[in-house]
Design a protein around this ligand. Structure first.
Ligand code: IPM
Ligand code: MG
Length: 368
């Protein structure tokens, strides 16, 4: 078997700092578990713009298409706020998602026991929470045409188009049902069928796919606004939530905060299987580039490390090794090691990014 390949795109802000800790974890798996990866590194986002005048060079795009998985840190920062829309750092990320056709975005919201006190919600609402939001990632209003700012009479009009085809809805619905079967067998689909035709079609197609192929999975539907309310009222009623690109963007930020900190949450963006059977895949933390703390050594590397755990599980069929890494993170938190974004016990200094990485490596060593 050939060595699996990983393209690492640390990006901007805290991206490079958290990714440095992931590289130590990757090395650990090579040394201690015989899991070797062929790792290459490249630029995305503002740093790519600085070097090439584009947030994603064509060569980088081509590399991303070839590797077994891409691991991304974060993109963006105030330095790039005034750039033309077409070369903003975010466009690099959106191009990767679109051209790799990563239609199914898995965003788990899992509350670690050691952090249940840290949520802004009451402890009993979030303790033990383990839900998965599946966000459609390559269509909808993010990409629909027509789009733009146009002149109409004597004023400007801004236009974006929500557009979904049946096949786009069906494939993301299938990924939600498949995943639910490996979890608690429940899917809740969210749209706004009360006001949007695309929502009516969404509900119809999800229902059709369910009846034809996944009748064993429990399916419910909710309007996305009511879904947001239910997510804060009693999130444990959900197992898998499947929703469109824009609602998924909003609902996943909301769900992330249930767990206490954005600094903890990973994501996987998956596409169709490649010739070797692995899905096209990109893994990234849900948090952004956090320019306010970039370079201070305060960033929490856990979301990015957990994104690598998702890569082990979904790209490399190493579920047991993913479990090992997730358990190591549990241990680190249970031992009270916390970066500055997480609540500290009285009188305890927060751990730095590197110290958090040290602690995860120590927990991994102890797991052998
Ligand atoms: C996300 C982010 C992105 C999005 C931005 C950075 C383009 O908010 O991944 O949730 O809107 O999809
Ligand atoms: Mg978002």
């Amino acid at each position: 078997m050939t060595t699996p390949s990983l393209l690492i795109l640390p990006g901007d802000g805290i991206g490079p700092e958290v990714m440095a800790q992931v590289r130590r974890i990757i090395d650990w798996y090579g040394d201690k578990r015989g899991l070797k990866f062929d790792v290459s590194e490249d630029l995305v986002g503002g740093c790519a713009y600085d070097k090439h005048g584009t947030p994603l060079h064509d060569d980088t795009m081509a590399k991303a298409q070839e590797v077994d998985a891409v691991l991304l840190g974060a993109v963006g920062g105030p330095k790039y706020d005034n750039l033309d829309f077409s070369v903003k750092p975010e466009r690099g990320l959106l191009r990767l998602r679109k051209e790799m056709d990563l239609f199914s975005n898995l965003r788990p919201a899992q509350c670690f026991d050691a952090l249940a006190d840290f949520s802004s919600l009451k402890k009993d609402v979030v303790a033990g929470l383990d839900i998965m939001i599946i966000r459609e990632l390559t269509s909808g209003v993010y990409f629909g045409e027509p789009r733009g700012i146009f002149n109409e009479g004597n004023e400007r009009v801004g236009i974006n188009t929500q557009r979904y085809t049946e096949s786009e809805i069906a494939r993301v619905a299938r990924s939600a049902f498949e995943l639910a079967r490996k979890r608690n067998n429940k899917v809740c689909s969210m749209e706004k069928a009360n006001v949007m035709e695309s929502g009516i079609l969404w509900r119809d197609v999800v229902t059709e796919v369910h009846q034809a192929e996944y009748a064993d999975v429990e399916l419910s539907h909710m309007y996305a606004d009511a879904g947001a309310m239910q997510l804060t009222r009693w999130p444990k009623q959900f197992d898998v939530i499947v929703t469109d690109n824009l609602f998924g963007d909003l609902l996943s930020d909301l769900a992330a905060m249930l767990t206490g900190s954005l600094g903890m949450l990973p994501s996987a963006s998956l596409g169709a299987p490649m010739a070797n059977g692995r899905p096209k895949a990109l893994y990234e933390p849900v948090h952004g580039s956090a320019p306010d703390i970039a370079g201070t050594g305060k960033a929490n590397p856990i979301a990015c490390i957990l994104s690598f755990a998702m890569a082990l599980r979904y790209s490399f069929d190493q579920g047991a090794e993913a479990d090992r890494l997730e358990a190591a993170i549990e241990t680190v938190l249970a031992n009270g090691i916390r970066t500055a974004d997480l609540l500290q016990a009285e009188g305890v200094e927060p751990a730095s990014t590197v110290e958090a990485g040290d602690a995860v490596l120590a927990a991994l060593d102890a797991s052998l």
